[in-house]
Design a protein around this ligand. Structure first.
Ligand code: CP
Ligand code: NVA
Length: 308
């Protein structure tokens, strides 16, 4: 049986099994190496993608629009000031109308139940382009980047230092599915959600596959991958002062990263700020942040090609 994902939504990496993730990663590598073949064969000719963005975006928007164009399809950017949604029309009506016109919908939203509701009403595949709970497109690009730089996902220890929210949740699920170990260090009030920790604990394939701590040094000890994310997620701007105080001691700097494995890589989904990582780490020889950003294109191309 081949891998069949056409017509399905991608709201979280929980929607994909291991074989499907593997297939998407392999196709992303193929797109990266043989991009001209995809551009010539135009597999998404005649397809359209409605892209709802309730928040800003550089990587997600540009990678998706580029991939749609290269695969022969068309993307419509629907920013928060461009459509009736949120001002003049309900989410369910918007979803039904879009679903009658476009081949698929991609949405960057605040609450995760917004993408769930879109998927329920749209009758076409819905792709989560970041919600408060998950960022599956980022997760796929991150796994691809780890595999490219470390050769394999086997015996990889990831250290997450920062906020236990959307990107962290996604990497936790990726770790469980792909057999990586992940130690997560967050300030006390910013642990990953209990439901995600519970999922990880009950699906772990070895003891301590996922460890949640408040000690960045313990998390980074011997890690091959050190990852952080912005401390102030989009929509949390009013909490900046309070959050920066709570995240003191969680900056990835030379002293902390000295604890990592000798051949570690540093990752960050971007955009980046100095409070979470110093320039020497961000632009140092172990940093793969721009490969990670580029991989957003190759992975989303695989997702669009298989779901639409
Ligand atoms: N990493 C990421 O999703 O970046 P953008 O907010 O620029 O899309
Ligand atoms: N946690 C960040 C990720 C940005 C790509 C946010 O939600 O803003």
């Amino acid at each position: 049986m081949g891998i069949q994902m056409k017509g399905r939504s991608l709201l979280t990496l929980l929607d994909l099994n291991v074989k499907e993730i593997r297939f998407l990663l392999d196709e992303a590598k193929d797109f990266k190496q043989n991009r001209q073949n995809f551009i010539q064969s135009q597999p998404l000719k005649g397809k359209t993608l409605g892209m709802i963005f309730q928040k800003r975006s550089t990587r997600t928007r540009v990678s998706t629009e580029t991939a749609m164009a290269e695969l022969g399809g068309h993307a419509l950017f629907l920013g928060k000031d461009d459509i009736q949604l949120g001002v003049n029309e309900s989410l369910s009506d918007t979803a039904i109308v879009l679903g009658r016109m476009v081949s698929a919908v991609l949405a960057r939203v605040y609450a995760h139940d917004t993408v769930e509701s879109l998927a329920k009403h749209a009758n076409v595949p819905v792709i989560n382009a970041l919600s408060d709970q998950f960022h599956p497109l980022q997760g796929l690009a991150d796994i691809l980047t780890i595999e490219e730089h470390l050769g394999s996902l086997k015996d990889v220890k990831i250290a997450w230092v920062g906020d236990g929210n959307n990107v962290c949740h996604t990497l936790m699920i990726a770790s469980i599915k792909m057999g990586m170990q992940m130690d997560i260090a967050t300030p006390i009030d910013y642990k990953p959600e209990k439901s995600i920790i519970d999922y990880c604990k009950s699906n772990a394939s070895f003891p301590d596959q996922i460890v949640v701590t408040h000690d960045p040094i313990a998390a980074v000890e011997n890690a091959k991958v050190v990852v952080t994310d912005t401390f102030i997620s989009m929509g949390q701007e009013a909490e900046t002062k309070m959050k920066l105080k709570k995240f003191e001691g969680f900056q990835v700097n030379e002293e902390l990263i000295d604890r990592a494995a000798k051949d570690y890589i540093f990752m960050h989904c971007l955009p980046r700020h100095k409070e979470e990582v110093t320039d020497d780490v961000m632009y140092g020889s172990h940093s793969v942040v721009f490969d990670e950003a580029e991989n957003r294109l190759h992975t989303v191309a695989a997702v669009l090609n298989n779901l639409i």
